[in-house]
Design a protein around this ligand. Structure first.
Ligand code: AMP
Length: 217
């Protein structure tokens, strides 16, 4: 992998490891972390009118409209902390979003360097999602099976309470996986054709992590 890649998209099924991988990378390199899921959850938690509408969509495991997410991403990407590179975590998720992203990037004079695709089998992500817990204060991610916190229910980093996301129940997780296969999977070919796709499997995660780190530092 080329060592100057800085404007990255992290793509993959829910629970494939995009957020965890971003967290590890960001401990060591300075990139803006743009998670549309986190931004939408913040709006939802604010209790605004928009937040209430978002809650209904997100708790059902459906995708928020391309227009709304596009607006959020455009204003976030225009901030100066993105000038030294960014990770778009969970965006784009549809072909329409990918086309919109191209327009946004052209408008602000940036381009993507790589689209990292976390290629993880459905049964693995389902097991992970339903065991996933995140800190209600700092957002750190844990897992009841593989990445247990030192004290049950308490965040190792900030002492906050660990909670299960409302969309990580088995039923909703299965629905989100279906949405991924229907709406997001077509993006794999879209980015493969543009030469940006970098697929990584569970096995080469550690190796790729080191290569990316060396390249991004
Ligand atoms: P995530 O944390 O990335 O799994 O996102 C949680 C939820 O936020 C998704 O299930 C969607 O309802 C919504 N969401 C996040 N990113 C997007 C996106 N790019 N397009 C549409 N909806 C999104």
């Amino acid at each position: 992998m080329e060592l100057t890649k800085k404007n990255l998209v992290f793509m993959g099924a829910p629970g494939a490891g995009k957020g965890t991988f971003s967290g590890l990378l960001l401990e060591q390199v300075k990139l803006a972390h743009i998670s549309t899921g986190d931004m939408l959850r913040a709006e939802k938690a604010s209790g605004s009118e928009l937040g209430k509408k978002l809650a209904a969509i997100m708790d059902a495991g459906q995708l928020v409209s391309d227009e709304l997410v596009g607006e959020i991403v455009e204003s976030r990407l225009s901030k100066s902390d993105c000038d030294t590179g960014f990770i778009l975590d969970g965006y784009p998720r549809t072909i329409a979003q990918a086309e919109m992203l191209n327009k946004i990037l052209t408008k602000i004079g940036k381009k993507l360097d790589a689209v990292v695709f976390f290629d993880v089998p459905d049964e693995v992500v389902l097991e992970r999602l339903t065991a996933r817990m995140s800190c209600s204060k700092c957002g750190a991610i844990f897992n009841k099976l593989f990445m247990k916190p030192a004290k049950p229910g308490i965040c190792d980093h900030c002492g906050g309470e660990l909670i299960q996301r409302s969309d990580d129940s088995l039923e909703t997780a299965q629905g989100r996986l279906k949405v991924f296969h229907e709406s997001t999977q077509p993006l794999i070919d879209f980015y493969r054709e543009s030469g940006l796709l970098m697929p990584i499997t569970e096995l080469d995660k550690a190796k790729i992590f080191q290569i990316m780190l060396d390249g991004l530092k």
